[in-house]
Ligand binder design. Structure first.
Ligand code: C2E
Ligand code: MG
Ligand code: MG
Length: 710
């Protein structure tokens, strides 16, 4: 039959035998069974042919000169190609010993001589079929292993009755075990679990074994190299005929990569890139959750909204890179502050996860579990304090302060958005209060802020439109019973609102800085009036002018006073300046210097509203002051209220011992006047003598008194 090598698809059978007759008969038999027979007369030639042709089966004679069949089979098995090929040994001896030796050498099967040639063909075909099935199985197994590796998917099984456990190669790999390092077991499995996840997995393995409940849990593994991996563990059971769970088949998938990708996406969407703090969205979610818990627990919570003061200036002058570094440094300091519990111990400021950057130079802090609103004030105070320490940025020290607004749950708002918004409003209010401080939210804050803004712009126009005027209230010299001085009191005559009292606009003027031009106008007007009265021929009157703190502390204040007096040709001794106690406490060095200069210039100085502040008389002694004005509140209930009377008496006595004159404010009754006279008070001022009146009325008042005396 014409056979070309290339088209012959029959499986090859290699016959290795030193007996030519045997070779011939074997060839015939094999050809008849549908194989292509190739023969070799000794083992060496046979091994050569094996490697050339890769036969499907080898028929090997045992007894051969040179290398015998056992040794040849062993050699064959030692090569990669020869590992799985079926080897049928043709033994001459039908004894157990040689059969054993054949299997030991690696033979697949054996046939004893004399050979039953009719059976041999069937035997060979059977062996080939079995080998093919085995080969297919091995290929499938390899494919499965490769697929599992690609998918990071391991499989495992667990026999409940025997406890026998099996793992696939990939399962070993995921657990970080070398296959020879340990045998698969429940313990080896649990060993690798992250401590926090072990209980969960144990519980679901237990449910799997007892009830056959399908398993589907995510858990973390702690591997010996220190890494953490995320795995998804799933399993189903096989039940016995009685319906009892008998075995589990499960899968184990390493999902670390998708898990970390998921976390990264989450991080990018909810955290600020620069500081890694939660962003606005994440913070709002967190606050909402915390408020839920506070509601359930009947607790208070607070939001602190924090904005850096004049951050824009740093950004503009030093550049955005430095600005970013500064924000980072601030966020770090805030983190440290929030974490440390020393000085505000017991107070749950939470982890730094309660801190967020809402954008720009705006930060927010959630404080939970507070029992009193003062707790949040402590936190705010502490933050204001820690930020005052210099921050190191790029090797240079930067100073920054912050303004903080505090809103309380459930007082100021019950939902997260409103609470955050209210904290923000309070923060803006804190900025308006001169920065570097904190303020609590109040319902009026929004409307008050608007009102103030409107008032401020009206005030600005008032200066341009000349809507201010000065009224004068006489001071009675009790020893001579004559008017020797007056206090100038500002009035604002608004075209629509009418006469606005100073207490309604002076504080706003102080906050907005408008107090300086207003105060300068008052000084100039008072000095001009002194000159006018002099020209009018009125007896000399001392005029006292109220000076606000920010105006007094303005650089060049004394020069302005000097120029004004000189320009009007008015003696400094006729001008008196009234300052408040709190100004003395504020900034002692410059206040003291300014006061000394004024005294040297020849002006008089008095302390207004004395007794309402905290200064002691002994402390006052060091300042160049001429007089004290006892606050109206002490005079009001005199002489019936013993306390007030006693205080007034004491102030008068002590002031005199320090050579200070005493002016009593708000004298409304003759009883009060008599009492003050008895106590040797120097001056009295009040409605009893006269209300503050315009300049014309004042000069008329003085003239009338003179006429009455004469
Ligand atoms: P002050 O300096 O203590 O002025 C005394 C205030 O008591 C004045 O109120 C005056 O009208 C009021 N008064 C006087 N006698 C009596 C009395 O017998 N009974 C009662 N009930 N009140 C009396 P006014 O004019 O409303 O001024 C209030 C405050 O506004 C002043 O308190 C002063 O601190 C401030 N102020 C007034 N004018 C100026 C100013 O030109 N510049 C600055 N910076 N502050 C001013
Ligand atoms: Mg032989
Ligand atoms: Mg005054």
């Amino acid at each position: 039959m014409p056979n070309s090598e290339t088209t012959d698809t029959r499986p090859v059978a290699l016959v290795i035998d030193d007996d030519p007759t045997m070779r011939l008969i074997a060839s015939r038999t094999l050809e008849a069974a549908g194989l292509r027979a190739v023969v070799a007369g000794d083992a060496e030639k046979g091994l050569d042919l094996f490697h050339q042709l890769a036969p499907a089966i080898v028929l090997m004679d045992v007894m051969m000169p040179g290398i015998d069949g056992y040794a040849a089979t062993e050699r064959l098995r030692a090569t990669p190609a020869g590992q799985h090929v079926p080897v049928l040994m043709l033994t001459g001896l039908d004894d157990l010993d040689s059969i054993n030796r054949a299997y030991e050498a690696g033979a697949t099967d054996f046939v004893s001589k004399p050979i039953n040639w009719g059976v041999l063909g069937h035997r060979v075909r059977y062996i080939l079929r079995a080998a093919e099935a085995l080969q297919g199985l091995a290929e499938n197994q390899a494919l499965l292993t490769a697929a599992q590796q690609v998918a990071h998917l391991g499989s495992w099984s667990w026999d409940f009755a025997t406890g026998a456990t099996r793992w696939s190669d990939e399962t070993y790999r995921i657990f970080g075990y070398a296959p020879q390092e340990c045998t698969a077991s429940r313990e080896a499995f649990l060993n690798r679990l992250h401590r926090e996840d072990a209980d969960l997995v144990k519980a679901s393995l237990e449910a799997l074994r007892r009830r056959g409940a399908p398993m589907n849990v995510m858990a973390r593994l702690s591997l010996p190299d220190g890494s953490t991996r995320y795995v998804q563990i799933t399993s189903e059971v096989i039940r016995s005929e009685a319906g009892e769970p008998s075995q589990a088949f499960g899968a184990l998938q390493d999902i670390t990569e998708s898990k970390t990708a998921e976390q990264r996406i989450h991080q990018l969407a909810t955290f600020d890139r620069l500081t890694q703090l939660p962003n606005r969205q994440r913070f709002a979610e967190k606050v909402a959750l915390a408020l839920e818990q506070s509601r359930a627990g009947g607790r208070m919570a607070a939001i602190l909204s924090l904005d850096l003061d004049q951050f824009k200036r740093i950004n503009d002058t030093l550049g955005h890179a430095v600005g970013d570094q500064l924000l980072l440094a601030v966020s770090q300091r805030l983190r440290e502050t929030v974490r440390s519990r020393d000085s505000i111990s017991r107070l749950a400021m939470g982890e730094d996860g309660n801190l967020a950057r809402l954008g720009g130079d705006e930060f927010c802090l959630l404080v939970t579990d507070i029992s009193h609103f003062q707790d949040s004030a402590k936190v705010a105070r502490r933050i204001v304090d820690v930020l005052q320490r210099p921050l190191e940025v790029n090797g240079q020290e930067l100073f920054i302060t912050a303004s903080i607004g505090v809103a309380l749950y459930p007082l100021d708002a019950e939902d997260a958005d409103t609470l955050i918004r209210n904290a923000d409003a309070a923060m803006h209010f804190a900025k308006g209060q001169g920065r570097n401080n904190y303020q609590f939210y109040s319902k009026e804050m929004n409307s008050r802020a608007l009102e103030r803004l409107a008032m401020e712009s009206k005030l600005r126009r008032a200066i341009e439109r000349n809507e201010f005027e000065l009224h004068y209230q006489p001071k009675l010299d009790l020893r001579s019973d004559s008017v020797t001085g007056v206090e100038a009191l500002i009035r604002w005559r608004h075209p629509e609102l009418g006469l606005i009292p100073p207490l309604e606009f002076i504080p706003i003027a102080e906050e907005s800085g408008l107090i300086v031009p207003i105060g300068e106008w008052v000084l100039q007007e008072a000095v001009r009036q002194i000159r006018e009265w002099k020209q009018e021929g009125l007896p000399e009157l001392h005029v006292a002018v109220n000076i606000a703190g920010p105006h007094f502390q303005q650089p060049g204040f004394t020069e302005f006073v000097h120029r004004t007096l000189e320009g009007a040709d008015v003696s400094p001794s006729l001008l008196e300046l009234e300052v408040t106690e709190s100004m003395l406490m504020d900034d002692r060095a410059t206040t003291f210097a300014t006061m000394s200069t004024l005294k040297t210039m020849g002006l008089r100085l008095s302390i207004d509203d004395f007794g309402t502040g905290y200064s002691s008389l002994a402390y006052l002694k060091r300042f160049p002051v001429h007089a004290l004005k006892v606050d109206r509140s002490f005079v009001k209930d005199m002489p019936h209220a013993e306390d007030d009377s006693a205080i007034t008496s004491a102030i008068i006595a002590m002031a005199h011992s320090l050579r200070l004159e005493v002016v009593a404010e708000g004298v409304e009754t003759t009883e009060q006047l008599n009492y003050l006279n008895m106590r040797h008070c120097d001056y009295a001022q009040g409605y009893l003598i006269s209300r503050p009146v315009p300049a014309k009325a004042l000069s008329q008042f003085v003239k009338d008194r003179l006429a009455a005396k004469a």
